[in-house]
Design a protein around this ligand. Structure first.
Ligand SMILES: C[S@@+](CC[C@H](N)C(=O)[O-])C[C@H]1O[C@@H](n2cnc3c(N)ncnc32)[C@H](O)[C@@H]1O
Length: 365
C-alpha cells in the first residue's frame, strides 16, 4: 500500500514518489545520504527514509518546511493524540469569538464561526517550527484546510480547490454567486480522524535533517550536514510558471503569515520571468550543490518551462553547472510533453507548460 504520509497535503509541482523512488534505487544504497534542496511537500526526503537511506531536505517556504518535517520526523501516534486532547482541553472558544471578524469578509465566508475560532486558536498555539508533534498537527490541518465540501467531511472550508488557495475577492464572489456557505466543522474531530487515517502505515524509523532556508545557505551550514551526500534528487521552481507563495497564501496564513496573498516575502525565486535572473538563480543552485555534495555524487534535476524548448533547457542547465566549480558530467536527459507529470499539479491559472526535462549529472572528481 502507498504510504499515507505521501498525500498528507497536495503541493504544486510535486513529483510522484515513483520518480524519487526509481532514482534513489538506481543511484544509492541503504545508508547513503540523499539531498533535496527544494523539498516542496517532501517527496524525495520521505521516500529516501522509506528506502532505508539517510535524508537531508531544505525549502524556503513555511508550508514546504512544515510538511517535510512532519513526514520525516513524525511523532508516535499516541503522542499526537495526547497533544490533540491537550489542545482541545485548553481551547477557550469565548476568547476567540470576538476575533472571527478580524480578518474580514473572505474568512467569514470561508469558514463557519466555530471552525474559524478553532483555527485562530491553533494558529496561535501550535509550535510547528520547534516541535515535531506540533509540526504533524499543523501539517494535518494544512492538508484539510481547504477543499471540496463533500460527505467525507475532510475539508474545513467552503468550496475551494485542494491544491491552491484561490484569491479572496474571487472566492467570495464565487461563493455568493453559487449560494455556498461554509460547513460547520470541528477541527479537533477532523484532526483525530486524519491522524488515524495517515498512521495506517507506521512512519519509517529514520529521521531527516530538514532546513527551513534558502538553499544558497547550505554551504554555510556545512558543519551541520552529513559528510557524504551521495545524490541530490530535486526540482527547482520552473522557469516562469508559478508562485508557490501566492498560490498557498491561506496555508501560509495558518502558519502565521498575513491574511492575504503575498509575493516575494517568503521566496524571491518562485517565479522568475526573465531568463537572465532565472539562470543566475540556477547557477546559484549549482554553486551550493558543488560545495555540499560528495565526490562522484549524482544530481537529478527535474526542470520545466513555458517558453523554451527542451534543448535550450538542457543546454542552459548544463552550462550553469560550471558554477559548481567541479567537473560535472551530463549523463542523460529524458524529455516529456507535460502530460500526466508534475505539471498536472499546477493550478489552472498557471501558464501552460510546454516541456519538462529530467537531467542526470555526476560530479566526476
Ligand atoms: C518544484 S517545487 C518542489 C516540489 C517537490 N519536488 C515536491 O515533490 O513536492 C520547488 C520548491 O522550491 C522552493 N524554493 C523556491 N526558492 C527556493 C530557494 N531559494 N531555496 C530553497 N527552496 C526554494 C519552493 O518553495 C518550492 O517548494
Amino acid at each position: 500500500m502507498r504510504h499515507r504520509f505521501h498525500s498528507l497535503c497536495p503541493y504544486f509541482a510535486m513529483f510522484p514518489e515513483s520518480f524519487a523512488a526509481e532514482w534513489i534505487d538506481s543511484l544509492t544504497a541503504p545508508g547513503d545520504v540523499v539531498l533535496d534542496p527544494f523539498s516542496g511537500r517532501g517527496t524525495t526526503a520521505f521516500q529516501a527514509l522509506l528506502m532505508g537511506r539517510r535524508s537531508v531536505a531544505c525549502d524556503v517556504n513555511d508550508v514546504a518546511f512544515c510538511l517535510t518535517k512532519a513526514k520525516t520526523n513524525a511523532p508516535k501516534l499516541f503522542a499526537l493524540r495526547r497533544r490533540i486532547t491537550q489542545l482541545e482541553r485548553q481551547f477557550d472558544s469565548g476568547a476567540y469569538r470576538p476575533r472571527v471578524e478580524e480578518n474580514g469578509e473572505f474568512f467569514r465566508h470561508a469558514f463557519a464561526p466555530r471552525t474559524l475560532e478553532q483555527l485562530l486558536y491553533l494558529r496561535d498555539v501550535v509550535k510547528w517550527r520547534e516541535s515535531n508533534v506540533d509540526a504533524m498537527i499543523a501539517a494535518l490541518i494544512l492538508g484539510s484546510l481547504h477543499g471540496e465540501i463533500d460527505a467525507s467531511q475532510t475539508y474545513l472550508s467552503n468550496q475551494m480547490p485542494r491544491t491552491i488557495s484561490t484569491k479572496p475577492a474571487y472566492s467570495v464572489r464565487y461563493w455568493k454567486q453559487h449560494g455556498l456557505t461554509p460547513p460547520d466543522r470541528d477541527v479537533f474531530r477532523v484532526l483525530r480522524d486524519r491522524a488515524a487515517f495517515r498512521y495506517e502505515s507506521d512512519p519509517p524509523k529514520g529521521k531527516a535533517l530538514v532546513f527551513h532556508k534558502d538553499m544558497r545557505e547550505l554551504p554555510r551550514l556545512r558543519n551541520k550536514l552529513p559528510g557524504h551526500i551521495r545524490a541530490a534528487i530535486t526540482s527547482p521552481p520552473y522557469f516562469d510558471v508559478t508562485n508557490f507563495e501566492e498560490d498557498q497564501w491561506l496555508r501560509l496564513w495558518l502558519l502565521g503569515g498575513p491574511p492575504y496573498p503575498t509575493r516575494n516575502r517568503v521566496s524571491r525565486d518562485d517565479r522568475h520571468t526573465y531568463e537572465q535572473s532565472y539562470w543566475s538563480f540556477i547557477a546559484d543552485m549549482w554553486r551550493s550543490l558543488g560545495t555540499v555534495l560528495s565526490p562522484k555524487a549524482h544530481v537529478i534535476i527535474r526542470i520545466g518551462s513555458t517558453r523554451v524548448d527542451a534543448g535550450h533547457l538542457e543546454r542552459a542547465l548544463t552550462a550553469c553547472s560550471r558554477f559548481s566549480e567541479r567537473r560535472v558530467r551530463h549523463l542523460s536527459t529524458s524529455v516529456s510533453a507535460l502530460r500526466h507529470r508534475q505539471t498536472d499539479a499546477f493550478r489552472p491559472g498557471s501558464k501552460g507548460i510546454g516541456i519538462e526535462a529530467d537531467c542526470h549529472y555526476r560530479f566526476d572528481d
